[in-house]
Each structure stands twice: as C-alpha cells, then as structure tokens.
Design a protein around this ligand. Structure first.
Ligand SMILES: N[C@@H](CCC[C@H](N)C(=O)O)C(=O)O
Length: 301
C-alpha cells in the first residue's frame, strides 16, 4: 500500500466513569464501519488502546438504529463491549458520553439527551466545582423490568446463590452474598443455571451489605469480563436490594436511595415513586489521540 492509499488516522479519546473505561470514537456523520474485530483490538489492553468497551459518537440521524430518535436526541451512543459485541445500554458509558458531548462543545452543561439502543436517556451534567473538579453526571436510566422467574442460580466453585433477574435495558443477575471474595477471581463468567435462563447472556452482580441503604458489589460483565464498575449493574443491584428490604417505592410511596460501592468508585442510585431510576456519579475524559487507520480491518465507508 502506498502512503497515499493509507486510510486517515481516526481521532479517539479515552474516558472512564468509576474506572469503567472506554475508548471514545467520535464519528459524527457515521462514516466509520467498526467491525467486532476492530473494537476488540482497540479495547485490547496490550495490543490496543485498552478499555472495557467502546463508545462511538454518531449523530442519531446518521445511524439506522437511531434515526427514529433524532428529534429527541441529536447524538447516539453506539456502545460495544470489549469483545466487540453490541449491548443495549451502558450506564457508566452514558455518563462518559455526556461528558464528551459537553467537552467537545456539542452540548452545554446541564440537561441533554442521549439516544441509546435502550431508548432516549436524559442526562444532567453538573457544573464543575470552583477548583476545577468535574461535576457529577446524573442519568435517568428509565424503569427496571423484573421478570418473574424463579430457580435461577449462580455458582462459583462450591458455592451457589439464587439470583434476582433485573433488566435495565440489558440483562442482570443479582446475587446477595456474605463476602465479595466468594465471587472468586471472576476471570471467567460465573456459572448460571439453567443454562438457557439468559439466551443473550447476562451481567452477573455479587452484592454485600455495608449498612442501611448502602451496598458494595463486584460484577462480571457480559462481553467484557470483570470490570471495576457497571452503572446498569449498580441500578439492578439497587432495585434488587430495595425489593429485598421492603423499600419498593411503588409500594411505600417514598423514593429509595442506595449508595453502591464498586471497586472503581461510588455511585448513588435513586428509584422514584414513578419507577424511574436515577444514577449519579463521576465521568472524566483522560486522554486524546489518533488511531492509525491502517490498523482497522473495516476502514471507512
Ligand atoms: N459497563 C456498563 C454495561 C455494559 C454492557 C454490558 N456489558 C452488557 O453486555 O449488557 C454499564 O456501566 O452499565
């Protein structure tokens, strides 16, 4: 290939929310065709840039999965897991996406909307503190679905626990355990049975109590392995804990708030009386650079 034939470099950024980290690829006009192999390579921590997932930033009008949302949300979060698979929603990713839109000048701090595969999500980017500390980002994550299924179990080694299934746009299996160490090294996916319980795979959360309205968790994410945080997972955990604790807002008439500690930081999750769930936490951009275009298998359309 001559130099003139080489594809142009592709700009990228790196960001994280409670250490759930993402390669961010701005592609406003939807010109990039990132294959699953491209995404897996970009997210590879040794051969690539490294990340738990990738956020492609595309105008909703320029993406076939999002054009119907374009009137409500100018920007579509095309989220991919580290193995290149597609997921419906990413909570930490949505905060980082909102931060990117503000930093890039595509949105003002305050309220903005993001189109996702799980529908339009509304975010609020708080103003930075006087010392420059970035303001937290709150995302209205919508309602949880609680499929009425019994008998699903997750096992690690000789231990097993019943799970509560919670769908936050993407699927979660929440297990309350005595000790987070019982989840093991989480290098491979925990065994979930029956095997066909989640045909599209599942994110598995292990949870311990830290005090009233305060839990800690670890997560094994579908398509990414153990991550240091999962926003949709924290919301699923909050909902499961509130039901267990008799704090279902629809039943009590009062909102429920839980602090969720994760290996990478802290999220605060509130379920309103109308069932809507709000997630608040940090989101930062830490680097900017260029991807060598020759490296991508799919090139540009
Ligand atoms: N880390 C994300 C969830 C990303 C998607 C998940 N791995 C799936 O496949 O459903 C979050 O912060 O919510």
């Amino acid at each position: 290939m001559t130099r003139a034939q080489q594809p142009s470099p592709v700009p990228f950024l790196k960001g994280h929310g409670t250490q759930n980290d993402f390669v961010i690829v701005p592609d406003p006009d939807g010109l990039l065709d990132l294959s699953a192999e491209d995404v897996a390579l970009l997210c590879d921590r040794r051969a690539g840039i490294g990340g738990d997932g990738l956020l492609r930033v595309v105008r909703s009008a320029a993406h076939p999965e999002a054009e119907s949302m374009a009137a409500q949300a100018e920007w579509f979060m095309d989220y991919r897991n580290a193995d290149g698979s597609i997921a419906e929603m990413c909570g930490n990713g949505s905060r980082v996406f909102a931060r990117y839109l503000v930093e890039a000048g595509y949105a003002d701090p305050g309220d903005l909307a993001i189109a996702t595969r799980a529908g339009v999500k509304r975010a609020h980017v708080a103003k930075d503190a006087a010392d420059g500390t970035p303001g937290d980002v709150t995302v209205d994550m919508g309602r949880a679905l609680l499929p009425d299924v019994d008998g699903i179990v997750v096992a690690v080694g000789d231990r097993q626990w019943p799970v509560r299934s919670v769908n936050m746009g993407n699927p979660h299996a929440v297990a309350f355990v005595d000790d987070l160490a019982h989840a093991g090294d989480l290098l491979s996916a925990p065994r979930v049975t029956p095997e066909d319980a989640y045909p599209a795979g599942v994110n598995v959360e292990f949870v311990v109590d830290r005090g009233p309205g305060h839990v800690a968790m670890r997560v094994h994410e579908r398509g990414s392995g153990e991550t240091r945080s999962c926003g949709t997972g924290a919301c699923a955990v909050m909902v499961a804990a509130a039901r267990r604790d008799g704090r279902d807002p629809a039943a009590t008439g009062r909102p429920a708030t839980y602090t969720v500690d994760l290996p990478g930081g802290r999220l605060v999750i509130t379920e309103r009386v109308d069932g809507g769930i709000e997630m608040t936490g940090p989101a930062v951009i830490v680097a900017r650079g260029e991807i060598d275009g020759t490296w991508l298998t799919s090139g540009t359309r």
